[in-house]
Design a protein around this ligand. Structure first.
Ligand code: IPD
Ligand code: CA
Ligand code: CA
Length: 256
């Protein structure tokens, strides 16, 4: 199954890279001015689902663009066919494909592919995390002032800016630096690979997180809600770190 996921992510990712600057239709989602979808998002999803269905015709899917195809299987694929659509529409080369397989509610494999850097992140439950087939591990940075953090702003920020801006300000004052990439799946993988030390965001969807949280966990990282309690991909708060700076990040989030 991991092989199928990898093949699907590579094929979809290469299609995305080829399609930069070639999309024709941009729609706005859920009445939100900045939440975009193009025909390339939809085609990428079709590539992935077709490939998986060919091998596993009785599995379920939860896919961002086509929703839930529920046939009551114990196996459910969770798919973000293009994570970073806003970047993609501007030709800004930070976007990815994210896939995960959930079995009886537990994520057992995750694959995230970045076609621009040709970086393939993968993990199977209990078997560690890989970047292009080499093991990866989170950083061991212990101080917030030596930490490079990443975040994202929810699409709802224009109507509800307060907390997100407050958290951003508070972390700016305490961390070494903060970045905003625009692909939550890559944010998670970059923490897994030790490039970032921590990440926080609200209002993500299961498909933004599913592949990346397993990769993160298998790379030795930690994820919780903003108060430090265990969370799942179905919750709205996500705090991620190398584990070492987790409590300090919770303290900063408590301030805002
Ligand atoms: C978005 C990206 C972005 C995050 C947004 C997500 P999309 O996914 O992951 O980094 O800040 O909240 O919705 O819409 O490009 O698939
Ligand atoms: Ca996404
Ligand atoms: Ca998407």
């Amino acid at each position: 199954m991991i092989q199928t996921a990898i093949e699907a992510a590579l094929e979809a990712g290469r299609f995305l890279k080829m399609s930069v600057g070639k999309f024709k239709h941009v729609e706005r989602k859920e009445g939100q001015e900045t939440n975009l979808v193009t025909e390339i998002d939809k085609k990428s999803e079709e590539i992935i689902i077709t490939k998986i269905k060919k091998r596993y015709p009785h599995h379920d899917f939860l896919a961002e663009e086509s929703g839930s195809h529920d046939i009551q299987s114990e196996y459910r694929w969770i798919i973000d066919p293009l994570d970073g659509t806003l970047n993609f529409t501007h030709g800004f080369p930070i976007f990815s494909v994210s896939l995960a397989l959930e079995v009886k509610g537990e994520i057992v494999l995750g694959v995230v592919y970045d076609p621009n850097w040709d970086e393939l992140y993968s993990a199977e439950k209990g078997r560690g995390a890989l970047l292009n087939n080499k093991p990866i591990h989170v950083s061991n940075t212990g101080k917030l002032i030596e930490s490079l953090l990443v975040t994202g702003f929810p699409y709802s920020i224009k109507s509800n800016p307060d907390n997100a801006i407050q958290h951003f300000n508070n972390f700016l004052m305490e961390a070494q630096g903060i970045r905003r990439l625009g692909s939550a799946a890559l944010d998670l993988c970059y923490v897994a690979a030790g490039r970032f030390d921590g990440f926080w965001e609200v209002d993500l969807h299961p498909w933004d997180m599913a592949g990346g949280v397993l990769i993160l966990e298998e790379a030795g990282g930690k994820y919780t809600d903003f108060r430090g309690f265990p969370t799942t991909i179905y919750n709205k708060q996500l705090l991620v770190s190398n584990g070492v700076i987790h409590d300090r990040m919770i303290e900063v989030l408590k301030k805002g």
